[in-house]
Design a protein around this ligand. Structure first.
Ligand code: GLC
Length: 754
């Protein structure tokens, strides 16, 4: 199978992966879905994308070069989500001439039908348009931001968001969402961490697959499904300094072990489209990178869908210093693997001359057109280009709101709770203070059209509702005198995270720390509720706060969800998807780091020649995977079903089980997330000290026990080397397995790979 070094060729590996991809705990509720495994959909092409090849070939044969280039053009209808403005008039004219493939940012059944009618009934070939929109965590019903959803460690949360969002969006004429975003990042300064699933590729991969399934279902032509988009391809989260759009210099092994796995999982889940990223990859812009866009994505992974540029991403090859002019930018991007150009028009403007000069090939042009038409056929747009204006989802339904409320509650992370301050006992006199106490700024970045139209329930409103009649809930200045407990609601406004919103300081902005100090000075018990889009540095006030609840930007039902948790209707069970640093100067600080040659050694505490800083502890404030509950749990020693296993057997798809016992040792029902980490202590490529390889969120009653089972195979144990053509190796040697309630897990067992 493999050659001498235990490696397998990239295609062989994919076959191996299809057998034994890492599958998280196979428990009932909330079991994570597979990662890195070729699902059945892949074999027949992505979600049946290959079902109309004859029609596609026949249609392409009838198209002029201008019409072909038109299919590769996407223009913005309204609402610029990047530099420049809307292109409404140009879009209408191009649609009429049959020289437009897609439009983004058009909202509403009537608007989309009107534009679609022009394309279908007035152009020569009547090819329907593809309507795309950023439906990142909700269309009408705003769910918690993706970083919050990841904190639930329950992929069902993401799948349900995708399903509800798709139903609402498709009814308004949206065919395609530019989500899920699956950029792994170690940088909380980067504003787009809010849209991500944090610092771990496995967690991100599980959520990427789940969200893709939520958006797409099993049939893209259904009136309640949309095409998903795996973005941003690739390694955008590695931006130096956490500064958006900045340089990424990445080794092949880090590209393949850290950044690519979520994209492979999304494509294995049938994701129909991919969006290229703004960054360079070791000097080559992602929009010009044939290695990632073609060799890996289209050749190794056999991706049959379409690659869309990001906003003006093709045009930005000029400021990157990679293309001398627009014609070059278009040529380079198409030849690298971009199939559709968002907003800039270099391919439409110069494609004919490039083709005539032989600088782009007809085969490649036809391949790009075929990919666009494939997605349109799979969406059923040729059969039914219009949306039923009588079936529009007008408002967030009660069921959608309930789902958003449950998602928000499951996404909260209890960081601290001393003296039993939480949950709040009925009848407690509560004062709610802070700039976000009665704020509507809880929808987070990239809230859909519902973000404004359907404002969220504030924390104050949620508490008033939860506290019940007669309870004393006061708000604002002077509210604290008569209160038994103070709820301090602080955080970041939505504009402080998301795209082009990187921060150099991760503290609570605008004097909020002073407010916490003033509340602490009252001597009354208080709880801090954080509404934020990224990990923050909270060490300045953490000691003074008896309780801290991380609630992120929780969306439309945020206030009710937070109150559900504060009053104990929901026992918090979320975990951090990204480490909280002690200080911004400590960055990057993440759990999946290398050990270095001079790690801290507890056996030699006096040794100062170790990696770290003189002025800050080397550990994070809170590690990846950390979160408390109103009850307590005990996670026991993991047990592997084998003591030894042959590398060759693993490569053939053999797997083994790891069992982890967990027990509720407290006085109320609650959720625990059992996490399984792996470390390969000696390898031909230095390995992270921990790699998450499985997790399962379980609900246990008082005293209840459960054994969580994980299945591990080649994809979990092996790693990609620095070979540019892709070499995945499973090497002999000891493997250490750790089980616990965070990445600081200590309970361990070992398996020897022979
Ligand atoms: C933005 C974002 C991308 C988004 C696109 C369309 O620049 O980078 O995530 O989908 O433009 O709005």
């Amino acid at each position: 199978m493999g050659d001498g070094d235990g490696g397998v060729g990239r295609r062989t590996f994919l076959a191996a992966m299809s057998g034994g991809g890492a599958v998280a705990g196979a428990g009932a509720a909330g079991a994570a879905s597979a990662v890195g495994r070729d699902g059945p959909a892949r074999r027949g092409g992505l979600l049946g994308l290959l079902g109309h090849e004859d029609e596609i070939r026949a249609l392409i044969a009838r198209m002029t070069v201008t019409e072909k280039l038109g299919q590769l053009q996407q223009l913005a209808w309204t609402g610029a989500t990047g530099p420049g403005g809307s292109q409404t008039a140009a879009a209408e004219e191009a649609a009429r001439k049959g020289e437009l493939g897609s439009v983004l940012n058009i909202i509403g059944a009537r608007n989309s039908n009107a534009l679609q009618r022009i394309a279908v009934e007035e152009s020569r070939l009547g090819i329907p348009l593809l309507f795309g929109l950023d439906v990142i965590h909700g269309f009408w019903t705003t769910f918690p931001i993706p970083l919050a959803q990841a904190a639930s460690f329950d992929p069902e949360v993401a799948r349900v968001d995708g399903e509800v969002s798709a139903k609402e969006a498709r009814s308004h004429g949206t065919h395609w969402t530019f989500a899920p975003m699956m950029d792994v990042t170690h940088e909380p300064r980067w504003g787009r961490i809010a849209e991500s699933c944090g610092e771990d590729p496995y967690l991100t991969a599980v959520f990427a697959a789940a969200k893709t399934r939520g958006y797409q279902g099993d049939d893209l032509s259904a009136p309640d499904r949309v095409a998903a988009c795996a973005k941003h391809f690739v390694a955008y989260g590695g931006a130096e300094g956490g500064r958006d759009y900045n340089t990424v210099d990445v080794s092949e092994s880090r590209l393949r072990n850290l950044y690519l796995p979520p994209f492979k999982a999304a494509l294995d889940a049938g994701c129909a489209t991919v969006m290229a990223s703004f960054n360079t990859l070791s000097g080559i812009p992602a929009h010009a990178n044939g290695h990632t866009l073609t060799e890996i994505l289209k050749e190794d992974w056999e991706f049959e869908g379409l690659v869309v540029s990001d906003w003006n991403g093709v045009g930005e090859l000029l400021p990157h210093g990679f293309a001398a002019d627009g014609a070059e930018a278009g040529r380079i991007a198409l030849n690298a693997g971009v199939d559709m150009e968002m907003v800039s028009t270099h391919l439409a403007d110069h494609g004919a001359e490039l083709l005539a000069a032989g600088r782009i090939k007809e085969d490649r042009l036809d391949d790009a057109v075929a990919r666009v038409l494939r997605v349109k056929y799979a969406l059923g747009l040729f059969a039914q280009p219009y949306v039923d204006e009588s079936a529009v989802v007008e408002v967030p339904t009660a069921a959608a709101r309930k789902a958003a409320r449950e998602a928000a509650a499951r996404s909260t992370v209890l960081l601290k709770n001393e003296g039993g301050v939480l949950p709040i006992a009925a009848g407690t006199a509560v004062a709610v203070v802070g700039p976000f106490a009665d704020s509507r700024d809880m929808q987070g970045t990239w809230a859909g059209p519902g973000g404004e139209k359907f404002p969220p329930v504030s924390v104050l409103a949620g508490i008033r509702d939860a506290a019940g009649r007669g309870a004393k809930v006061t708000y604002g200045v002077g509210a604290t005198e008569r209160a038994d407990l103070i709820v301090v609601v602080v955080g970041e406004g939505a504009k402080l995270s998301g795209e082009a919103a990187s921060r150099s300081d991760l503290g609570l902005p605008g004097g909020q720390e002073g407010l916490i100090a003033a509340v602490a000075a009252t001597g009354k018990p208080f709880v801090v509720v954080l509404l934020n889009g990224r990990p923050l540095t909270i060490g300045n006030w953490l000691e003074s706060a008896p309780a801290v609840l991380e609630a992120w930007h929780p969306g439309i039902e945020g206030g009710n969800a937070i109150a559900d948790v504060l009053y104990g209707k929901v026992n918090p069970g979320g975990k951090l998807p990204a480490s909280f640093p002690r200080d911004v100067g400590q960055l990057p600080v993440h759990y999946n780091h290398e050990n270095t040659g001079r790690p801290y050694d507890p056996a030699s505490p006096g040794n100062t020649f170790i990696t770290g800083y003189l002025d800050v502890d080397r550990t994070p404030q809170f590690p990846f995977g950390y979160g408390l509950s109103y009850t307590t749990f005990e996670i026991g020693t993991p047990r592997a079903s084998v003591a030894r296993i042959a590398a060759a057997d693993l490569r053939r798809g053999e797997t083994f089980e790891v069992e982890v016992p967990v027990r509720n040792t407290g006085d109320r029902e609650g959720d625990e997330v059992v996490q399984l980490y792996l470390h390969d202590p000696v390898a031909t490529l230095v390995q992270p000290v921990r790699r998450l390889r499985g997790f399962e969120r379980v609900t246990l009653g008082v005293g209840e026990r459960k054994t969580v089972r994980f299945t591990l195979g080649a994809a979990d144990i092996g790693f990609w080397t620095n070979a540019v053509d892709g070499r995945f190796v499973v090497e002999p040697g000891k493997i250490e397995l750790f089980a616990g309630a965070s990445s600081a897990a200590r309970e361990r067992c070992g398996v020897v790979v022979e």
